[in-house]
Design a protein around this ligand. Structure first.
Ligand code: GLA
Length: 411
């Protein structure tokens, strides 16, 4: 779940750099290491990177037991980490004045509504089975647009698990990081998120999209033609304080729709397995709101399958059409778009060489993802900026990204 922009948390985590920042990842991480040494003079820190993610298909399917198609981004969370000789833990961020200093033997018993809840939840979970480890000093930062549908929370959570396990000399284990991240987010922070985000952060590969069947937690990597296709992100700049409540309401609506549909579809274990025809038969009984939610879900199941087939036969146009149809469904049936995102999608689709566009993440604001031909890159940013500015009197950040290899130490 992307966090709502509450308490400056995401800003604190991702303040170093902007979406159009020309810094390379390496130089940004080096700067992060220097920042650490200014704060904590002495020996240098170990540096880690943990990506954000974008979801191309399977919108709002993870918590409905369906299949999603995310990929990791080459933007994310930076961690500079140095072990201490004692059992003190110090968590600092690049933008938030408040820091956490605590003894490992006296950790808080619950989340405290501060920026450090996410990394702390992960650590509480990991420390349960590692009672004797030493403390550490950590500086968090990053270059991911904030609270914007690009999963800054999973980026931080998975990154924290990865970096600490590495510091403790443990072998990289994506599943252990995913488990710690999910525990932290669900049990410590209290968001009933699906599994997509930590899986995408921990398991993506460059040049591929992740095909993640969420009910079985089964995944494969599907080749994604990184040379023939480009991906842009356009940030609507809209951050809804209520995003978490709106998200949880959609989760509940889907649960209720499934409860009512289940007697008509005895084979189905999750909403994503209910046949579209059953949803239509039951539409009146569901009522207009739940019928719209269920129609989005079953339609998205079919579109995600179609998108995979398009990708496998190298039909980028058809893949793009699936992405754009998802946006229409999110706007009309799932009702999680906002006028700014609709305008970005409309502008993007009017640019020659753009194949598809949709909002990404939970919605209610945040970013749109745009699939385009590399030949369409030149001029795309200006076109979207100018068109958006005419309606909303400001320019939205536009940036281009590549896929990423997941959490790692950067020497
Ligand atoms: C948020 C959640 C994800 C997923 C998406 C919608 O990002 O964190 O688990 O449900 O919304 O696809």
């Amino acid at each position: 779940m992307e966090r709502p922009a509450r308490g400056g948390y995401a800003r604190a985590m991702h303040g170093a750099g902007t979406p159009t920042d020309p810094l390379t990842l390496e130089s940004a991480l080096e700067a992060h290491g220097r920042h650490f040494r200014e704060l904590f003079p002495g020996a240098s820190a170990r540096l880690y990177f943990s990506p954000g993610r974008v979801n191309l298909m399977g919108a709002h399917l993870d918590y409905n037991g369906g299949t999603v198609m995310p990929m990791a981004l080459d933007r994310g969370t930076f961690l500079a980490l140095r072990p201490r000789a004692d059992r003190r833990l110090v968590l600092v961020s690049t933008l938030e004045a408040e820091r956490l200093t605590v003894e490992l033997d006296a950790l808080p018993e619950q989340a405290v509504g501060r920026w450090f809840d996410y990394p702390l939840g992960v650590l509480v979970h990991l420390l349960r089975t590692r009672p004797a480890v030493r403390g550490a000093e950590v500086l968090f930062g990053g270059n991911l647009p904030i609270g914007a549908g690009l999963s800054s929370s999973a980026s931080i959570s998975v990154g924290t698990a990865f970096a600490f396990r590495s510091l403790w000399g443990e072998a990289p284990d994506p599943m252990a990081c995913i488990e710690a991240a999910l525990w932290g987010e669900r049990q410590w922070v209290g968001v009933q998120c699906g599994i997509m985000d930590p899986y995408a952060v921990a398991l993506s590969r460059p040049g591929h999209v992740l095909w993640l069947e969420c009910r079985e937690a089964r995944h494969e990597h599907l080749p994604f033609d990184a040379r023939g296709l480009a991906i842009a992100i356009v940030d609507s700049g809209i951050r809804r304080e209520l995003a978490k409540g709106d998200f949880n309401r959609r989760v509940q609506e889907c649960q209720e729709a499934f409860r009512r549909l289940a007697p008509r579809a005895p084979e189905a274990r999750v909403l994503c397995q209910v046949p579209a025809a059953v949803v239509e038969e039951a539409a009146e009984e569901l009522g207009p709101v739940l019928a719209r939610r269920a129609r989005h879900v079953v339609g998205e199941v079919a579109r995600t399958q179609a998108a995979r087939q398009a990708l496998e036969r190298g039909d980028a146009e058809a893949f793009g059409r699936c992405i754009s149809a998802t946006h229409t469904s999110l706007r009309e049936l799932y009702e999680v778009s906002v006028p700014e995102l609709d305008r970005i999608v409309e502008l993007a689709l009017s640019w020659p060489g753009v194949l598809g566009a949709r909002l990404t993440g939970a919605g209610f604001g945040g970013c749109a993802v745009v699939l385009l031909r590399p030949s369409a890159l030149s001029g795309f940013r200006g076109h979207v900026e100018r068109g958006f500015e005419r309606d909303f009197a400001r320019r939205p950040p536009v940036f281009f990204f590549r896929g990423d290899a997941g959490p790692r130490e950067v020497s």
